[in-house]
Design a protein around this ligand. Structure first.
Ligand SMILES: Cc1cc2nc3c(=O)[nH]c(=O)nc-3n(C[C@H](O)[C@H](O)[C@H](O)COP(=O)(O)OP(=O)(O)OC[C@H]3O[C@@H](n4cnc5c(N)ncnc54)[C@H](O)[C@@H]3O)c2cc1C
Length: 452
C-alpha cells in the first residue's frame, strides 16, 4: 500500500508527485505517454517556442525602422521545429531526471481506476491510501467536424513541417489567437472565426477591443459573433461555411474551440465519482465525493492552465500530508495570452467587479507614456479595477511583453493591495514594469507620466 497513487503525469500529476516525495510520502506516478503531459509536449512550451520564432521574424522584418539592416527572407519550418523540439527535449530530460532523483515509483502504461483506492496498469494493481486523478484534457471539436487531414487541432498544427499560405482558425480564445499571431508573423493569411461578440471574450471588454484593433493593424482577419456551420476538404484546402451562408477557403482549418476532460473509460463513474459533463467534481480542497480520491488539473472545472495544475498538485500533496494548506482562489490565478500583443490579467473584469462589489473605480494607463514601451514600439495599456476606496480586484494588461508583468499583478490581487499600498514602492526606470507603478500612482490621484 502506497501513500499516494497518481494517475497522469502532466503538470498536475507530476507536481503532486514532486511535492509528496518532499514530504516523505510514498508515491506511484502513472503515465501512459510522456512525463510532462500536454503543457510540455503539446501545449505551453511548443506554442511559446513558435511565438518566439514569430517575434524573431517580426524583428527581422522591422529591423530597418530601428536602423538595423535586416530583411525577412522566410521561414524554414524544419529548423523552427528542431529549435522548438530542442527546448522541449531539454526540459523533458530535466523533468525525467527530477522525478528519477526522488522516491517516486514511475509506472509507464495506461491506468484505470478499478476500486476507490486502486489503479490497474498493465495487469498490475497499485493500491493507495489516497488516489489523485490527473488525466488532463484533449482538444475538442464541434459536432460533425472530424479532425483529419487539413482539419486539425493544436496537436497536429504544432507538428506542421510547412508554412501554409492561408489558414482559418475556429475559435478566438487563447489558443486560437496565439496560433493566429504565429502564423501572421510567418506571413500567412489568417482568418479567425469566433462565435461570441469579441476576440478573447473571457477578457475585460477594453482588452478585447484593444486586441481586435491590434489584430486589424497586423492584417489578421477575424469575424466575431458568427457561428460555424460546416467544413469540407479536398486535396488542396478546406471550405468553411458559416451560419450566415458565407463560405471561406484556406489551406487548412485549425479547430481551437476548447478542451474537454480526458476522463472517459477510466473507471471514474464506475467507482461512484461525481462528474459533470466529463469533468470530475471536487470541493475547494480538491477532494471528490469518494473518500481519499482527489483530482487536479484540467479535469477539474475551472481555468485550464498549467500553473493552476502545479498549485493544485502542491495543495493535494500537502493536504494528504496533513499540512492543511490554504485553499486556492481561482480568481487569483494569473492568465496570460502570449500572442503579439500579449494579454495578461488577474482578478475580476470591470463588468464582473461591478456585479460583485457594486461601486468600482477603474483606470487605464496608456503605454504611450511609458519609456520602455516606446523604445519597443508597442501600444497598449494597464487597466486597474478597484473596489471604491478599497483594494484592487482586477488587473488587465495588453501590449508586447506584458505577460512578464503579471507577477506583480498577482501579488497585488492576492495581497488585496490598495493603490496606497503600492505607490510607495519604486518601479525601475525605464522598464515596462514602471507602467504598472504609474497606473497605481494615477489611481491614487497622483499621476506622474500620465495625461489623465
Ligand atoms: C496549445 C496549448 C497551449 C497551452 N498553453 C498554455 C500556456 O501557455 N500556459 C498555461 O498555463 N497552460 C497552457 N496550456 C494548458 C496546459 O497545457 C494544461 O492546463 C495543463 O497541461 C494541464 O495539466 P494536467 O496535468 O491537468 O493535464 P495534462 O498535461 O493533459 O496531463 C495529463 C496526463 O495524463 C496522462 N494520462 C491520461 N490518461 C491516462 C491514463 N489512463 N493512464 C496513464 N496516464 C494517463 C496523459 O498522457 C497526460 O500526460 C496550453 C494547452 C494547449 C493545448
Amino acid at each position: 500500500m502506497h501513500d499516494i497513487v497518481i494517475l497522469g503525469g502532466g503538470s498536475g500529476g507530476y507536481a503532486t508527485a514532486l511535492r509528496a516525495s518532499q514530504l516523505a510520502l510514498s508515491v506511484v506516478l502513472i503515465e501512459q505517454d510522456k512525463l510532462g503531459g500536454t503543457c510540455l509536449h503539446r501545449g505551453c512550451i511548443p506554442t511559446k517556442a513558435l511565438l518566439h520564432a514569430a517575434e524573431v521574424a517580426d524583428t527581422a522584418r522591422e529591423g530597418e525602422s530601428f536602423g538595423v539592416h535586416s530583411t525577412f527572407n522566410g521561414i524554414d519550418m524544419t529548423k523552427v521545429n528542431s529549435y522548438k523540439d530542442g527546448v522541449i527535449n531539454r526540459l523533458y530530460k530535466g523533468l525525467q531526471g527530477l522525478v528519477a532523483s526522488r522516491a517516486i515509483t514511475y509506472v509507464e502504461g495506461s491506468g484505470r481506476l478499478v476500486a476507490p483506492n486502486t489503479v490497474e496498469v498493465n495487469g498490475e494493481r497499485y493500491e493507495g491510501r489516497n488516489i489523485v486523478l490527473a488525466t488532463g484534457s484533449y482538444a475538442r471539436s464541434l459536432p460533425g467536424l472530424d479532425i483529419a487531414g487539413l482539419v486539425m487541432t493544436s496537436d497536429q498544427a504544432l507538428q506542421l513541417d510547412y508554412v501554409p499560405t492561408s489558414v482559418i482558425i475556429l475559435g478566438g480564445g487563447v489558443i486560437g489567437v496565439e496560433f493566429a499571431s504565429v502564423w501572421r508573423s510567418f506571413g500567412v493569411d489568417v482568418t479567425v472565426i469566433e462565435g461570441l461578440p469579441t476576440l478573447v471574450p473571457a477578457e475585460d471588454a477594453s482588452v478585447s477591443k484593444a486586441m481586435e484593433r491590434a489584430f486589424r493593424k497586423r492584417g489578421i482577419n477575424f469575424k466575431t459573433g458568427v457561428r460555424f456551420q460546416s467544413a469540407d476538404q479536398d486535396d488542396s484546402g478546406v471550405n468553411v461555411t458559416l451560419e450566415t451562408g458565407e463560405t471561406l477557403r484556406a489551406d487548412l482549418l485549425l479547430v481551437a474551440v476548447g478542451r474537454g476532460p480526458r476522463t472517459q473509460g477510466l473507471g471514474y463513474e464506475e467507482q461512484g465519482i461525481a462528474m459533470d459533463r466529463g469533468f470530475v467534481l471536487t470541493n475547494e480542497r480538491l477532494a471528490t465525493n469518494v473518500p481519499s480520491v482527489f483530482a487536479v488539473g484540467d479535469i477539474v472545472p475551472g481555468l485550464q492552465l498549467a500553473h493552476r495544475g502545479f498549485q493544485q498538485g502542491i495543495f493535494v500533496a500537502e493536504e494528504i500530508a496533513g499540512l492543511a494548506p490554504l485553499t486556492i482562489d481561482e480568481t487569483g490565478i494569473p492568465r496570460v495570452t502570449y500572442s503579439e500583443p500579449e494579454i495578461a490579467s488577474i482578478g475580476y473584469t470591470e463588468a464582473q467587479a461591478k456585479e460583485k462589489f457594486g461601486e468600482v473605480e477603474s483606470y487605464e494607463y496608456n503605454l504611450g507614456g511609458n519609456g520602455k514601451s516606446q523604445i519597443l514600439g508597442t501600444a497598449g495599456f494597464i487597466k486597474l479595477v478597484r473596489q471604491k476606496n478599497g483594494p484592487v480586484v482586477g488587473v488587465h494588461m495588453i501590449g508586447s511583453r506584458v505577460g512578464e508583468l503579471v507577477g506583480e499583478a498577482q501579488l497585488v490581487y492576492n495581497w488585496e493591495a490598495s493603490p496606497e499600498d503600492v505607490t510607495p514602492l519604486i518601479h525601475a526606470h525605464p522598464t515596462q514594469n514602471e507602467a504598472f507603478g504609474e497606473a497605481f500612482l494615477a489611481l491614487a490621484g497622483k499621476p506622474l507620466h500620465a495625461h489623465a
